[in-house]
Design a protein around this ligand. Structure first.
Ligand code: CTP
Ligand code: C5P
Length: 323
């Protein structure tokens, strides 16, 4: 109403290793405390010094944070201890962090400077998800896998202590419908442990239209074609991870494996897109994309990225991360 109040600039920083919806939720809350969100991400060397080697490289971590829809700007190589000089350099009013204490290798609270200057705000940490928990699920998965135990239970039914609510989904969603004339793009998949390969794929897919709908297969369907104890993240968790991505307009919670006439007309789909990865046939041997292919509404895009959920699991095993 007529004022010239300058926008409130908010600062967050962290490792953002194996970015999950807990990180995204903290950035969402931070953004809500102001108008513009700057996120500082630490280098590999800095993380190595204070808490051991990260799973993802700094380039991967920078990219993942840039892909989160509440993030306006990423500062690469932010220092581990947040200083007033850093806040001033990026014109940020205050720094926001979850309600857990983070320490340097020397045991110093990384936010002591901004706290004593009154330029610190706290948000609630998201319960039931953490890098440690995800690593635990992956190690559990491979142990059962090596045992060839056919009765092994999938982690999605037992591990997660995260309670999904409609409120959380509403907070993560834009609630925007497609506009008249929008070209509607549809992609479907597991999107398990949402990673840089998914992000690059969704960026390319979005470039083919105006409104991007991501169909997520249910846990039993993913388990059918991925086998072992996949998925690592259950459907509700995968919904939030994908909704946090800035290229995504809408998510189908439990999409059918076959792209039927119903799916095409219900969502008004102009084009169905899949990446370069192999398409698993349906249980009856049919191609799930047969219909859009016949209609001339199917295309493949190359994400240019060879990351897979399985590769992440391999990295975890190789790094022998403690949990
Ligand atoms: N965060 C959160 N909820 C979680 C995990 C992280 O709100 N479940 C927040 C942290 O409080 C911090 C930000 O995400 O403000 C980035 O923190 P980072 O240093 O990357 O994360 P960790 O706390 O190490 O996350 P994790 O425990 O998953 O490794
Ligand atoms: O394997 P998943 O079902 O999660 O893949 C979802 C979509 O992302 C698929 O279209 C797949 O081809 C694409 N993808 C990609 N590049 C990667 C990983 C996945 O294009 N590195």
């Amino acid at each position: 109403s007529g004022g010239h109040k300058s926008p409130i600039r908010v600062w967050c920083d962290g490792c953002y290793d194996m970015v999950h919806f807990g990180h995204a939720n903290s950035l969402r809350q931070a953004k809500a405390l102001g108008d513009y969100l700057v996120v500082g991400v630490h280098t590999d060397a800095e993380i190595m010094k204070h808490k051991g080697p990260p799973v993802f490289t700094e380039q991967e971590r920078y990219k993942m944070v840039r892909g989160i829809k509440w993030v306006d700007e990423v500062v690469e190589g932010a220092p581990y201890v947040t200083t007033l000089e850093t806040l001033d350099k990026y014109n940020c009013d205050f720094c926001v962090h979850g309600d857990d204490i983070t320490m340097t290798a020397e045991g110093v609270d990384t936010y002591h400077l901004v706290k004593s200057a009154g330029r610190y705000r706290e948000v609630k940490r998201t319960q039931g998800v953490s890098t440690t928990d995800l690593v635990g699920r992956m190690l559990l998965l491979t142990r059962n896998h090596f045992r060839q135990d056919s009765t092994a239970r999938s982690p999605y039914t037992s591990c997660s202590q995260f309670f999904p609510t409609t409120q959380k989904i509403i907070q993560f969603s834009d609630g925007k419908s497609p506009e008249k004339g929008d070209r509607i793009v549809y992609v479907a998949g597991a999107f398990d442990l949402f990673h840089v390969g998914h992000l690059d794929f969704l960026e390319k897919a979005k470039q083919q239209g105006d409104y991007l709908i991501v169909g997520l297969h249910t846990d039993p369907v993913v388990n059918n074609y991925k086998g072992s104890n996949f998925p690592i993240m259950n459907l509700h968790e995968r919904v939030l991870s994908v909704l946090a991505c800035k290229y995504v307009s809408e998510v189908v919670i439990g999409a059918p494996y076959q792209i039927t006439e119903d799916v095409m007309t219900h969502f008004n789909i102009d084009v169905v897109i899949h990446g370069k990865t192999v398409v698993q046939n349906d249980l009856d041997g049919s191609d799930p994309y047969a219909l859009p292919k016949r209609l001339g509404k199917f295309m493949t895009v190359d994400s240019g990225n060879d990351m897979t959920t399985e590769k992440i699991v391999e990295r975890i095993i190789r790094n022998r991360i403690e949990y």
